[in-house]
Design a protein around this ligand. Structure first.
Ligand code: IPM
Ligand code: MN
Length: 373
């Protein structure tokens, strides 16, 4: 991979190997690091260091590749996602993404051209977003016990209103009409609900469908029928909440939720609420998953590139480290994943560090003794 490229340097839009490591680990995972823009590089550096810190103890080795795509790269080259770069990404076992976006790039260019295109091309049909309240974070809602707020949102990630169906006619006249159509296929909904239902089996056995079936009757009927069938097949207990009521309950009575399955846009919105309830976007992790493993999955903190604080050493790397934890779990490294997760909790419980550097030092200190002190 990247045969002509010097180790450590990604040529424009390409994925480069980062040099040869001699390793005696029994498993190697090829992971592409796509740091992107703003705080993306800072927070994913910490996540990488955490992964490398636990790998030897768990007998695996990461063959890191790097990919330079993002806003800066686009401004310099005009490239958003060249086909060659996509093909290189396909060859990794996973991708660790920071954040993409710079203020000078018009809205939609990187969102549709890079992030959504990757989700679609790599068939990342589940977006997994845990919301877990940890000791030491200021929850938006003071009254909750830690055990009250620990749910996972399974967001459908390739269809719905994100599919790109629709258009504009009579542009720039008073009859201008813009449509965005929500696409919901039986197969697409079913595979996402199946993933959620199996996750519910592995957790509490409780699954909640969040939708708006009283208004979106066509898509709602499809989702409700599929959820009923899949939950019955998997023997999980299914409940239902309209998306507006779900927002209220997430704040007011989050114990109702364990695994939530929902469509793309609802999942986008309620996962930001879940993040706000569990300390803020800085702590929110996500996995864009291809559960069928026909290609790599992409793991990224939910926060964006935060250009206002970039380069100042102030970014909170917790969301990136927790995303790396989801990545390790996806790669089958469950024990290592649990150590990263526990390290974040331990650092927080001891008092939240104020800088990215302090975070890194504290995390690596925790990981030196197995994630919990
Ligand atoms: C997210 C983001 C993206 C989304 C944007 C940047 C395309 O908000 O990952 O939640 O809407 O999915
Ligand atoms: Mn979002």
């Amino acid at each position: 991979m990247g045969g002509d490229v010097a180790a450590g340097e990604a040529a424009p839009g390409e994925v480069a190997a980062e040099g040869k490591h001699v390793s005696h680990a029994s498993r190697t995972h090829v992971i592409t690091h796509l740091p992107g823009d703003g705080v993306g590089p800072e927070v994913t550096e910490v996540a990488r260091a955490c992964v490398d810190a636990v790998a030897p103890r768990h007998d695996f080795h990461v063959d890191w590749r790097s990919c330079s795509l993002g806003g800066k790269h686009y401004l310099a080259t005009g490239e958003v996602l060249p086909d060659a770069a996509l093909e290189e990404l396909r060859r990794s076992d996973a991708v660790l993404l920071g954040a993409v976006g710079t203020p000078d790039v018009p809205p939609g260019v990187l969102e549709r051209g890079l992030l959504l295109r990757l989700r679609f091309e790599l068939d990342l049909y589940v977006n997994l977003r845990p919301s877990k309240l940890r000791a030491g974070v200021g929850s938006a809602v003071g009254k909750h016990e830690l055990s009250d707020l620990d749910f996972v949102i399974v967001r459908e990630n390739t269809e719905g209103l994100y599919a790109g169906a629709g258009g504009t006619v009579h542009r720039r006249t008073e009859f201008e009409t813009a449509t965005e159509e929500s696409l919901n296929t039986w197969a697409g909904v079913r595979r996402c609900v199946r993933y959620a239902s199996q996750l519910a089996q592995a957790r509490s056995g409780r699954l909640t469908l969040v939708h708006k079936t009283n208004v979106l009757t066509h898509a709602g009927d499809l989702w409700a029928r599929i959820a009923r069938d899949v939950a019955a097949e998997d023997g999980v207990e299914l409940s239902y909440a309209h998306v507006d009521a779900a927002c209220l309950w997430m704040v007011d009575d989050p114990r109702r939720f364990d695994v939530i399955v929902t469509d793309n846009l609802f999942g986008d919105i309620i996962s930001d609420l879940g993040a706000a309830l569990t300390g803020g976007l800085g702590y929110a992790a996500s996995g864009n998953l291809n559960p069928d493993r026909t290609g790599p999955s992409i793991f990224e903190p939910v926060h964006g590139s935060a250009p206002d604080i970039a380069g100042q050493g102030l970014a909170n790397p917790a969301g990136a480290v927790l995303s790396a934890s989801l990545m390790l779990a996806h790669l089958g490294e469950d024990a290592a994943a649990a150590e990263l997760d526990a390290a974040v909790s331990s650092v927080l419980a001891a008092g939240e560090p104020g800088t990215t550097g302090e975070w890194e030092k504290e995390l690596l200190g925790q990981l030196a003794n197995g994630g919990t002190s």
